[in-house]
Write a protein that binds this ligand. Structure first.
Ligand code: UD1
Length: 337
């Protein structure tokens, strides 16, 4: 497996995965439409890895241009990140989300069939579980009705891939159900680049500490958890990136044509745990206030990682303090630019 196509490869998780792939000697082609990132991320990936990246600015919904790419490039495997991911925006613009996320996927799968690409790794999300009845959540838990069009595109995406696998037995696909990705590369050259006001917790924390936001609102202090705030399984983006390599390697050994894995640490942390960890590693005191619950938030979720550690031989190495430390280093570096 030589030439890996990384769609959305200049985004947050995509860029970290490119670095890991390059360090292992894979050749890369990145397709990104730059809708939620900047082209300079390509240079940062090249600076960290010392290797060059073949980058094409292309929208995967553009079937003609995609076909012209595949007709002139031999691709051995695809890691597919490119997707719109803002939950709130997806509620306001559902058709945009279905089009961006699902037409892209359909186009890529058509290319796989036409050009004989038989390895595929898909970015899915723990959102497919909704609020599970018991924790930790295993892959065997049933999927629940999606809370948002964004979440639905992940569920439908998984189903489309699974059906495609059933009719193409040489095609091997793996969905990775990410829990809450955060942190940044140790070099602080790549990290999360939220456009506008961040909706996710950690970028909001680092921007508040940096003085870009005045105060962090903690959404809900009356949940049925030890400190009253929601619990999530935060996972360092470099660990997450490495899970994609493990998935690609496994795709050569797997007997079934489709499989799916939880990618988390297996540990649940509350919002206040995250804030405390940030304050500890940064030495700063964060301006925050507990406010009303955010509609649509689930109370608690964290992963059972038995299957992924056994089958993919993958385990998270970074802890919460590492995530906060690297996210803060990245934020500080961003402000120097
Ligand atoms: C959401 C999506 C998930 C997606 C992920 C990353 C849902 C149900 N989940 O996860 O599918 O993969 O984003 O894009 O939509 N919080 C605050 N204050 C803030 C921001 C967040 O208190 O300003 C709290 C939230 O209430 C939550 C936790 O922090 O308890 C994490 O929130 P967030 O980072 O937005 O991720 P999720 O909602 O878990």
């Amino acid at each position: 497996m030589k030439n890996v196509l990384v769609t959305g490869g200049l985004g947050f998780i995509g860029s970290h995965t490119c670095v890991e792939l390059l360090e292992l000697g894979f050749e890369l082609t990145v397709i990104d439409n730059l809708s939620n990132t900047r082209e300079e991320v390509k240079n940062q990936i090249e600076e960290i890895s010392g290797k060059s990246v073949n980058f094409i600015n292309l929208d995967l919904t553009d079937y003609k241009r995609l076909e012209s790419f595949f007709s002139t490039n031999k691709i051995d495997a695809i890691v597919h990140f490119a997707a719109s991911k803002a939950v709130g925006e997806s509620v306001e613009k559902p058709l945009l989300y279905y089009e961006n996320n699902l037409v892209s996927l359909l186009n890529l799968l058509k290319m796989c069939k036409e050009y004989d690409v038989n390895r595929f790794v898909f970015s899915s999300s723990c959102t497919v579980y909704g609020q599970p009845d018991t924790l930790p959540v295993t892959e065997a838990f049933p999927k629940q009705e999606a809370e948002s069009p964004y979440g639905n595109t992940k569920q439908i995406g998984e189903e489309i891939i699974e059906d495609f696998c059933k009719s193409n037995l040489s095609f091997k696909a793996i969905s990775l159900r990410y829990f809450n990705p955060t942190g940044a590369h140790e070099s602080a050259l790549i990290g999360e680049l939220p456009l506008g006001i961040p909706s996710n917790l950690v970028p909001f924390i680092t921007q508040t500490a940096a003085g870009i936001r005045e105060q962090l609102s903690v959404f809900g202090g009356d949940y049925n958890t030890a400190d009253g705030t929601c619990i999530r399984d935060y996972i360092h983006v470099v660990d997450l990136a490495k899970a994609h390599i493990a998935a690609l390697e496994y795709s050569h050994k797997m007997e079934e044509s489709y499989d799916f894995f939880n990618i988390g640490t297996g540990k649940g942390h509350s919002v206040l745990d995250v804030i405390k960890s940030f304050e500890k590693v940064s030495g700063l005191s964060l301006n925050y206030q507990i406010v009303d619950r955010r509609p649509g938030d689930i109370e608690k979720i964290y992963a059972d990682t038995t299957k992924v550690s056994k089958v993919l031989d993958w385990k998270a190495q970074y802890d919460l303090d590492d995530m906060m430390r690297t996210a803060w280093e990245w934020q500080k570096k961003l402000m120097q630019r």
